[in-house]
Design a binder for this molecule. Sequence first.
Ligand SMILES: Nc1ncnc2c1ncn2[C@@H]1O[C@H](COP(=O)(O)OP(=O)(O)OP(=O)(O)O)[C@@H](O)[C@H]1O
Ligand SMILES: [Mg+2]
Length: 299
Amino acid sequence: MAAPTLTLEHLAKRYGDVVALEDVSFAVEPGEIFGFVGSNGAGKTTTMRIVLGVLAADSGEVRLGGRPVDLDVRRTIGYMPEERGLYPKMKVGSQLRYLAQLHGLSPTDARAAVERWTDRLGIADRLGDEVDALSLGNQQRVQLAAALVHDPLVLVLDEPFSGLDPVAVDVMSEVLVEKAATGVPVVFSSHQLDLVQRLCHRVGIIAGGRMSAVGTVDQLRAGGPVRLVVDAPLAPPGWAEGLPGVRTVATDGSRTLLDLDPDTDDQQVLTAALRTGPVHEFSRQTTSLTDLFREVVSA
Ligand SMILES: Nc1ncnc2c1ncn2[C@@H]1O[C@H](COP(=O)(O)OP(=O)(O)OP(=O)(O)O)[C@@H](O)[C@H]1O
Ligand SMILES: [Mg+2]
């Protein structure tokens, strides 16, 4: 079966008086890595649980390749739950084989897949250990193996990078990129925005249970201010005040950080800076996802 599009439409969920989700919609295309970001309590886990059908939405719908997510469809999803779902007293190897078979693999295929993924994730020597004898990061690796062993058509991972060391972060990143390259839609939540920016084709920012932005990082930047760094050592304080569409954000020695409204001509700034004397640096600073995130959640 070809990898399908994962579509979330108008999801809403309340817990008593708490509105956890309100009209959450987005789609993750085959081959796309979608980063799902938001502050603590914003609604990421709630959304992902609804996608997996482990939690029912009050309204709205999740479809995979046009089909509502029922038990059969759910078996094709590789899911990493936030609360982690391993049996602490079961051995790593037997647990992973069991999960793989539960998702439809034959015993032989299950064994091969478990070997492949535990090897890849650097836990092949822990197959005979009980899960709770492993460190937190290694338990996390087992959890990732559990999401991957059944060759899922979709990946839904709730904070897959938390607790991993830098080497495991690299392996995990490679795995997600590879999976996406085979056409699998990948959605994961994370608070590591540099990682999200590096890995994801598109990003969705959720705030207070509502999607406040969805798009590529470039699209999210568009419409926001352009930031300039100007190093003019002889410029008096406040030299950029009064230039139309320009705001001084900070000064750091002879360097000034300026925000320009969209469509403001940056050359007028350069001319003004040159009027004060030499200009040693004049550059645009690209807004990071972290900056964008701060802007969106504080709006
Ligand atoms: N079982 C529950 N009962 C009551 N409220 C809940 C329950 N689960 C979640 N909530 C509330 O729903 C909202 C969304 O929580 P959710 O766990 O989805 O956030 P999150 O984005 O995953 O946060 P984090 O980054 O901390 O993991 C929060 O206000 C939370 O308190
Ligand atoms: Mg969460």
